[in-house]
Design a protein around this ligand. Structure first.
Ligand SMILES: [Zn+2]
Length: 271
């Protein structure tokens, strides 16, 4: 599943190419997770003025509104000239003066939604519950600490929920908790200031590094150039059940939390 770093990598690979483009045609394939929310003709003649990201949404600001793009479980975006005819898994084509933006999404949990702005109820519903952006200045240690203090949830599940801080998906949650020395099952409010500081730092470092490396290597993901990312090969704990910890050689363990696998080192990570 594409996580925040993959979405950010996609944004960076598309932003310069698509900014300034005039929308000339929009073709929809099979239904995606949510409807477009306007007749495709609404978009024709509008220009793409910016490409931003909020959580795992790409926000393509247009002359009169904003297109929210989500990659769902298996989506990927390409923007190029001279794409072949849409295939069976291509469900959104936006032809512009600078190339065609195409959403390829075999499982169709992705979406492209048009709203008149971020305050539009359609957009507010999707963006309103999102936590702090981990790579922005808004993600302060003080705000993070205050959020943790208020929650009795296991820290892994609090991070995954995305309401305190966005972007810490399943792989990254295991990795940052390893770096901070915290068991995935530890109640958020019980984590002391020292480990909160380590966790805050780890979230920033791990996500920034994942973006630099091109995002996680995940089966269905490729960035806009069609090349796979490299983050997963660098994992300390994720996917390493039974393998020796890189720090202390204790076998890495796995447990299930809310249907998701959490990997941890029982020696390096304290409850
Ligand atoms: Zn260890």
């Amino acid at each position: 599943m594409p996580e925040l770093p993959e979405v950010e990598v996609t944004r960076r690979s598309l932003a310069d190419a698509i900014t300034g483009a005039r929308i000339e045609a929009v073709t929809l394939g099979k239904p995606l997770r949510w409807p477009l929310g306007c007749p495709p003709q609404t978009l024709i003649g509008q220009h793409v003025v910016d490409l931003r990201r909020r959580g795992k949404y790409l926000l393509a600001d247009t002359s009169s509104g904003v297109l929210l793009l989500h990659l769902g479980m298996s989506g990927s975006l390409r923007f190029t000239r001279g794409l072949p005819a849409a295939g069976v898994h291509d469900h959104f084509d936006m032809v512009t003066s600078q190339g065609t933006l195409r959403l390829h999404d075999p499982r169709r949990f992705g979406a492209v939604v048009y709203a008149t702005g971020e305050q539009d109820p359609v957009a507010a519903k999707l963006l309103g519950g999102l936590g702090m952006e981990p790579l922005s200045d808004a993600f302060s240690l003080a705000a993070f600490q205050a959020g943790l203090k208020k929650s009795q949830m296991p820290i892994k599940q609090l991070l995954l929920a995305g309401r305190l801080v966005v972007g810490v998906g399943n792989i990254y949650a295991s990795e940052v908790l390893f770096l901070a020395g915290i068991r995935p099952t530890t109640s958020a409010s019980r984590i002391g200031p020292m480990r909160v500081r380590k966790l805050h730092e780890a979230i920033r470092v791990v996500l920034a590094r994942a973006v630099e490396l091109g995002g996680s290597t995940l089966r269905d993901f490729s960035n806009a150039d069609g090349t796979a990312g490299h983050f997963q090969t660098q994992a300390n704990v994720y996917g390493r059940d039974g393998a020796p910890c890189h720090v202390c050689a204790t076998p890495i363990r796995v447990l299930r939390q809310g249907q998701r696998s959490s990997y941890f080192c029982p020696a390096c990570q304290r409850p």
